[in-house]
Design a protein. Structure first.
Ligand code: NAD
Length: 292
């Protein structure tokens, strides 16, 4: 088993406030506080890769991890949290119920399996991953998990306006979060407006455009003016748009870089220049016509 101290020269560094100060918490509609930056771990390999990434992130000041049962790394995520010198309660942990389990009406069982792999009795946020058939029934199962204390907050991912309204109509808990693809090329105003109307916080997946930000010279120009990197400019734009961001990396330097967003601010003009890049371009599947 990989131990924290096996690659961290000084675990006490973790308890310092380095990089952590300035990070905002966003209050969800049930009063739960959610750190505005999280580490996304899609495509991080289970085992050593994901464990190390999470330990580096915690050392940099992250207190929020975004996984899902379909990422097949919940065991590593659980191991990383168990072996870090940070209390479980200090870490905001999100997981998601996968489509097959929603379709098979086995949300409750799937949650139990996730909690076992994560070695925890609760997650901070539990999401339905995609709005597949039987999502209504799955939502009611999430409400039960919430009432039972297995999830501190519950929400949706990739839900479109009509599906969000459906959940609100049939349920008794307003979703706390909708996690959607969101970056300078795609801001999904129709979805974010419904979220705002109901007090649902938006989490941006692929906030770095899955790496495609490198092809946009505007980010490099703005970055040079601030002495920051293009990735930091893209992420800072998300911070100033008040969304939660969950950039993914398993590289120590990049994990740290993606968290160092609070020592500069984009001007109104720079925000407008980046806003003008919107072109409805997706890097992931479209929830309106995906099929998996
Ligand atoms: P991302 O936009 O976070 O981009 C990640 C890629 O950008 C990395 O693979 C790396 O190549 C590059 N990168 C990261 N930091 C960099 C840096 N500082 N400089 C240069 N390049 C850098 O993409 P993502 O992984 O698709 O999204 C982030 C997270 O969102 C995922 O890990 C996952 O947790 C979540 N997600 C959720 C859904 C969903 O359906 N709910 C879908 C996709 C992703």
């Amino acid at each position: 088993m990989l131990l924290w101290t096996s690659f961290l020269p000084d675990a006490n560094k973790l308890r310092s406030t380095r990089c952590y100060s300035g990070m905002k918490q966003i209050e969800l509609n049930n009063g739960v506080q959610m750190p505005q930056i999280g580490l996304g771990v899609w495509q991080a390999k289970d085992g050593q890769e994901v464990v190390r990434a999470i330990h580096w992130a915690l050392e940099s000041g992250y207190r929020h991890i975004d996984t899902a049962s379909i990422y097949k790394n919940e065991e590593g995520v659980g191991q990383a949290i168990q072996t870090a010198p940070i209390d479980r309660e200090q870490i905001f942990l999100t997981t998601k119920i996968w489509n097959n389990d929603i379709r098979a009406r086995r949300t409750k069982e799937a949650l139990k399996e996730s909690l076992d792999r994560l070695q925890t009795s609760y997650v901070d946020l539990l999401l339905l991953h995609w709005p597949v058939d039987h999502f209504e029934e799955a939502w009611l199962a999430l409400e039960e998990a919430y009432q039972a204390g297995q999830a501190k907050a519950i929400g949706l991912s990739n839900f479109m306006p009509e599906q969000i309204e459906k959940v609100i109509e049939i349920g008794s808990v307003i979703p706390a979060v909708n996690q959607i693809e969101y970056h300078p090329y795609l801001t999904q105003a129709d979805v974010t407006q419904i979220c705002e109307k109901h007090g649902i916080v938006v989490t941006a997946w692929s906030p770095l455009m899955q790496g495609h930000f490198k092809n946009e010279s505007l980010f490099a120009d703005i970055a040079a003016a601030h002495g920051k990197t293009p990735a930091q400019v893209v992420l800072r734009w998300g911070i100033q748009r008040d969304v939660i961001i969950i950039p993914k990396s398993t590289n120590e330097g990049r994990i740290q870089e993606n968290f160092e967003l609070f020592d500069f601010e984009l001007s109104t003009e720079e925000m407008e220049q980046i806003n003008a890049l919107e072109r409805g371009r997706r890097f992931g599947p479209d929830p309106r016509n995906f099929d998996f």
